[in-house]
Design a protein around this ligand. Sequence first.
Ligand code: ATP
Ligand code: MG
Length: 390
Amino acid sequence: MSASARGFIAPGATLGVMGGGQLGRMFVHAAQQLGYATAVLDADADSPAGLVAHHHVQTGYLDEQGLAQLAQRSAAITTEFENVPAAALRALAARRPVAPGADAVAVCQDRAAEKAHFAACGVPCAPHALIETAQQLAAVDPALLPGILKTARLGYDGKGQLRVASAEELASAWQSLGRAPCVLEKMLPLAYEVSVIVARNAAGALVHFPLQQNLHRGGILAVTQVPSPDLTPQVQQRAIDAAERIAARLDYVGVLCVEFFVLADGAVVANEMAPRPHNSGHYSIDACDVSQFELQVRAMTGAPLVAPRLHSAAVMLNLLGDLWFRDGEPETAPPWDALLALPGVHLHLYGKTSARPGRKMGHLTVTAATLDDARRTALRAAALLGLDGF
Ligand code: ATP
Ligand code: MG
């Protein structure tokens, strides 16, 4: 069913989501708040979203019976996991409205297609080369070095990425990535990083959140600050215009996040996009009058989209599994009680049963009247957690 053929799906209906991770869990919370029932498809019996949804279809993404069950239960379906096979979304779309659509998700799943889309929208991205063959490897322009070799598909949180400084390092990096199709990107001197989250509905209405400024550590998002401390009005306008063009040209329905690099001269360069709510938008639950997850619900049900308003400054700290393994001691949870004693702290834990280094276990958003106040408290929280300052 085409996105525009659908009417408003009123509360009381069931909304389906492909994937049971933390993004699915927060989507389920937002849907339930609005009075929808929810169904999650995820093979893991203990998936964070499956644990809180009304229905948990416990199968793989390509399981025909699982997909049929999800479609049968749901009035509309979305995705929380970027790498849901496009074939699964196409199968669902034959029976129910699916937002975002398989074609848009497929572009986001492939770094080469994604960069081609940015170019088609007139949005600059990092100089890069596609490496799928030994010939392409040999022909790489040395001006792209030092660079980052990234697998074209299935990378996330810095996985499937290697930094390379020479042609020799590039060759061995490609080897160690299994000679999978890759993109070599020139390493850019970043002044700072921001992301823009937009929501678009089937009628083409677009709203956006204020820009977030993001700090990554080890390729994983560590800290998000809003309002962005380094942003200029020109950079803000360029990034928002670019994100809106990128969404519109995909005929996108749902929430889309575009990550940008900002260079020292103010140039705005698109890094990548995610066809779903994004880690850098989690602050919106506590600091905006409409969260990114509620906008996902609104976009997929045909409800009106309203522009979100930031009512508090916010700093978000990601809580990775590393925090459970400090000082070589046995697995110990962080000092939640001390954190909860700080003003404006909103603790979100995803219900994951075991901690692993690098695993996203939860996040903490500090809200305050000003960014300075939020930063002060967030720095105290970081110190309690043993995290570096920012
Ligand atoms: P995620 O999906 O979690 O956002 P990812 O694994 O897809 O991450 P990228 O967004 O491609 O990874 O890169 C992660 C981080 O590495 C970026 O946010 C940036 O800090 C750094 N980085 C990536 N590409 C470049 C580049 N070309 N120049 C400089 N820094 C880069
Ligand atoms: Mg990224």
